[in-house]
Structures are given as structure tokens and as C-alpha cells.
Design a protein around this ligand. Structure first.
Ligand code: ADP
Length: 273
């Protein structure tokens, strides 16, 4: 703990008094440390693909100049590296957006089941490329919540994409949601949307740190599958903005489960569309 202590003299009726005041700087210092770590992380994440791009440009100008097969291969790698930087910039922008306007209340009526189905359709090619089967277990009737559609899209997209990325070839990703038959439970606790995979799993010591910016269980694997290390930090912020909760459980070698619990809020009748 760090204190800033200041001393001053003050005039009181009986003469002069010495006034000691102090301020706890620990929280400020922690915020400053986090900011510094964040900048260091971003710089490192940017530098790696940039260094690699520069290296390949040099090779293309020199040794590989007259080798069409090598040129083609190196251009492919450069494309991947540029894609990695692009994703990083996109994720940084998303993170700063969801971090900056914490007080803005999301106000659109979102049909959760429709939204999840759209995300699943968009991720079908990603799953197919890894021969992972997406198994939706969604209630037939739509469930609506008041929220920010684009941000909730990002939550489910990040979770389902992770389940595919860290899943096994030929594996399965189940997406389930509590249905209208659980109306009372939904009103009491919120809607639960669960993304479950039968992939590599997450060690228990890592679970609490997963939503930290740039935290990865296995950096090499994360980079290999195109991760930025920011996905779950974004997910956590968006869920917080919706006053929801995220529960993560996992068994190494068996798979992981990410459960999103979103409160159901009835809009005043005058605002309903
Ligand atoms: P990344 O871009 O690296 O995937 P995330 O913030 O989305 O970053 O996830 C952080 C880390 O959590 C990942 O690097 C990975 O180690 C771990 N992780 C996330 N989802 C899963 C999952 N479904 N199964 C196993 N590990 C996961």
C-alpha cells in the first residue's frame, strides 16, 4: 500500500496546528500499472507480425526474387500476418468501445434465438473447415431481451468461435438456451445460453484469468488458431454492460462450458415495438 502524505500548518484559535493528511495511492498505482502492461502488450502483439512482414519483404526482394513457388508461399504467410494485425486492431477498437461507454444502456429488443441462429450460420464454414459439428439446442419460441444486438452478436460469435478453435477435429459444439417453459426461472435468474465443446479443456488455475486482456493458456496455440487474446475480455465487458454473468467450467481433455446469463427486462409498454 502506498500513501501520499502531506503536511501543512493551519491557524486555530489556540495558536498554530500541524495538519497531516494522507491519500491512499494504491488504486491509482494499480491502474497505472495496468495501463503500462496494456501498452506493452499491444506493442508486443503489433511488433511480432510487423517484424515477420519486414523479414518476408526482404526475402522477396533478395533470395526469393526468382522463385515463383517461394514467392507464392511467402505472400500467403504475409497475408496471414496482415490478417492477424487486422483482427488485433478490430478487437482493440471493440474493447475500447465497450470499455468506454459503460453507462450507456443497451436499448434494442433482441430476439436471442434468432441472433444465435444467425451467428451459427455465419460460423458454419469455420466449423466445417475443422470438421466440427455445431449442435443447436434452442427453444422453438423466441426469447427476447433488451440489449445491444451487435454486441450480443459479438459475445456469441466469440464464444462459439473459441469452442471451434479450441475444439478437436471431428468434435462437437453444443449451443443451448433455456426455453419459455422455464418462464419463472428466466424471470428470476435470467436466460442461460450455454456453449459447450468437447475440446482441449482449460486448467482450473487459468479459468479465473481467462477474461483478462491478452491472457492465453497457451500463447503458441492461440496465435496458431488466429487468436488475439482479447476475445473473452470483450465478452466479459459486454455481459457486464447487460448486467449479466459469465460462468466458465472445464475439465482438461474433456471440454469446456461457457454459460452466459442475461437478465430479462420487460420494457415499459409504451416503449415496446
Ligand atoms: P484468443 O484470441 O487467444 O482465443 P480469448 O480471450 O478468446 O483469446 O481466450 C483466451 C484464452 O482462453 C485462449 O487463448 C485459450 O487459451 C482459452 N480458451 C478460450 N476458449 C476456450 C475453449 N473453448 N477451450 C479451451 N480454451 C479456451
Amino acid at each position: 500500500t502506498t500513501f501520499e502524505v502531506s503536511v501543512r500548518c493551519a491557524e486555530v484559535s489556540s495558536g498554530l496546528a500541524v495538519v497531516l493528511s494522507y491519500q491512499d495511492l494504491t488504486a491509482l498505482e494499480q491502474a497505472e500499472d495496468m495501463r503500462r502492461d496494456f501498452v506493452a502488450n499491444v506493442s508486443h502483439e503489433m511488433r511480432t507480425p510487423l517484424t515477420s512482414l519486414q523479414g518476408f519483404i526482404e526475402t522477396l526482394r533478395g533470395p526469393a526474387k526468382n522463385d515463383p513457388a517461394a514467392i507464392e508461399r511467402f505472400l500467403g504467410i504475409m497475408d496471414q500476418e496482415a490478417g492477424r494485425m487486422h483482427r488485433l486492431v478490430e478487437d482493440l477498437l471493440s474493447l475500447s468501445r465497450v470499455e468506454s461507454d459503460v453507462r450507456v444502456r443497451p436499448t434494442t429488443e433482441v430476439h436471442l434465438q434468432r441472433l444465435v441462429n444467425e451467428v451459427l450460420a455465419a460460423l458454419t464454414p469455420v466449423a466445417a473447415a475443422k470438421t466440427v459439428t455445431l449442435v443447436p439446442e434452442l427453444p422453438e419460441e423466441d426469447i427476447e431481451i433488451v440489449g445491444d444486438r451487435e454486441q450480443l452478436w459479438q459475445v456469441f460469435s466469440n464464444l462459439i468461435e473459441n469452442a471451434i478453435k479450441y475444439g478437436v477435429e471431428g468434435g462437437e459444439v453444443k449451443i443451448s438456451m433455456t426455453g419459455p417453459e422455464h418462464e419463472r426461472a428466466i424471470m428470476r435468474d435470467g436466460v442461460q445460453i450455454t456453449v459447450r465443446d468437447n475440446g482441449i479443456g482449460i486448467p482450473s488455475h487459468a479459468i479465473a484469468r481467462l477474461t483478462e486482456r491478452f491472457y492465453r493458456v497457451d500463447s503458441h496455440r492461440s496465435r496458431e488458431v488466429g487468436g488475439t487474446g482479447l476475445g473473452l475480455a470483450i465478452v466479459k465487458h459486454i455481459i457486464n454492460r447487460h448486467r449479466g454473468r459469465l460462468r466458465i467450467s472445464s475439465v482438461i481433455g474433456e471440454g469446456s462450458e461457457f454459460k452466459v446469463i442475461l437478465p430479462v427486462e420487460r420494457r415499459p409498454a409504451s416503449q415496446q415495438s
